[in-house]
Design a protein around this ligand. Structure first.
Ligand SMILES: [Zn+2]
Length: 317
């Protein structure tokens, strides 16, 4: 079977994906960002229309379960605007959930086979969202991506269990796994866990927020492992056109890793959306990249690389 990108309107030939914002949010709500909820379908439609007018053709939303991902609206928005939308399953850090969603277990540290409470059937939930449909969505609207997150500092049990569940769901379905990294997080530990321990191939893994980690040698080492690296400037403080992203891209291109790089705006707040969100990715960052590196690099980062990163050999367990 040939590889396809699983969008909210069905499976798509990756060659038809087009210019892609590889990490963003139309809908997201977190207790950590009060008053900044992205929860309005009309506002999301405006964003997609402006993004399409700027040349955008595909939009990958990294909002996992339980964070108001707009499951009931995504298919209608994609149909109305003509933009391909990929939705996510998976789970963010426990702090992004209301108390009790992922209750703390007082059991001693356990491994994947013994995941307690809400973690016990987490992989099954991920699989159902990837193969049957998202709860609250019209029939057949499925996730095409598993989103997980690293902790700031050493990984806690929530992270170990969600990584194990994500790997299990990946093996059952073929879905790619996208990882939110923290500035002081441990990407090699994440990779060692997903790849070394759970057997997920590096080219099925997308590491996000690379610009939060200022270590160039680390970037090069991660790219050399074969993972995809998403350059998605944190929207709370920065902009898609910030200098950090340019320098990281230039360094990785020079090191021969251009085919590993993805671009995203990662719009997580109303303020970031008001500042341009995904449109800025195409109207500011993209032209600057084309001027400095040539249009071929832009085509790679916005079109060819996302088509490779998000396409999967989908299986139904
Ligand atoms: Zn994000």
């Amino acid at each position: 079977m040939s590889r396809t990108v699983r969008t909210v309107l069905g499976d798509l030939d990756p060659a038809a994906l087009g210019v892609t914002d590889s990490h963003d949010h139309l809908f997201i709500r977190s207790p950590l960002l009060p008053g900044q909820e992205l929860d309005d379908p009309a506002a999301a439609e405006d964003v997609l229309r402006a993004y399409a007018a700027a040349g955008g053709r595909a939009f990958v939303q990294w909002t996992p379960l339980g964070l108001g991902r707009g499951a009931d609206s995504l298919a209608a928005l994609s149909r109305a605007t003509g933009v391909h939308v990929v939705a996510a399953t998976g789970a963010h850090q426990a702090v992004h959930y209301a108390p009790g969603f992922f209750p703390e277990s007082d059991e001693a540290e356990t491994e994947a086979a013994e995941r307690p409470g809400p973690y016990a059937d987490l992989a099954e939930r991920f699989v159902a969202e990837l193969t049957t449909g998202l709860p609250g969505a019209p029939e057949g609207v499925r996730a095409g991506l598993i989103k997980v997150a690293a902790d700031p500092g050493p990984a806690g049990r929530h992270t170990r269990w969600t990584l194990a569940a994500a790997a299990e769901a990946h093996h059952a379905t073929g879905a790619p796994i996208a990882v939110h990294l923290e500035a002081d997080g441990t990407p090699h530990w994440i990779l060692d866990r997903l790849h070394g321990r759970h057997g997920v191939r590096p080219d099925r893994i997308i590491l996000g927020h690379l610009t939060r980690l200022p270590d160039r040698a680390l970037h090069r080492a991660l790219a050399a492992e074969g993972v995809h690296l998403a350059l998605d400037s944190p929207s709370r403080t920065g902009h898609p056109g910030d200098h950090g992203a340019f320098e990281v891209i230039a360094d990785l291109v020079e090191a021969g890793h251009a085919h590993r790089l993805l671009l995203g705006a990662d719009t997580t707040t109303r303020n970031a959306r008001a500042a341009g969100g995904p449109v800025r990715l195409l109207t500011e960052l993209a032209p600057r990249l084309a001027r400095s590196h040539g249009p071929e690099l832009l085509d790679l980062l916005l079109t060819a690389n996302p088509a490779a990163a998000f396409a999967a050999d989908w299986r139904t367990p």
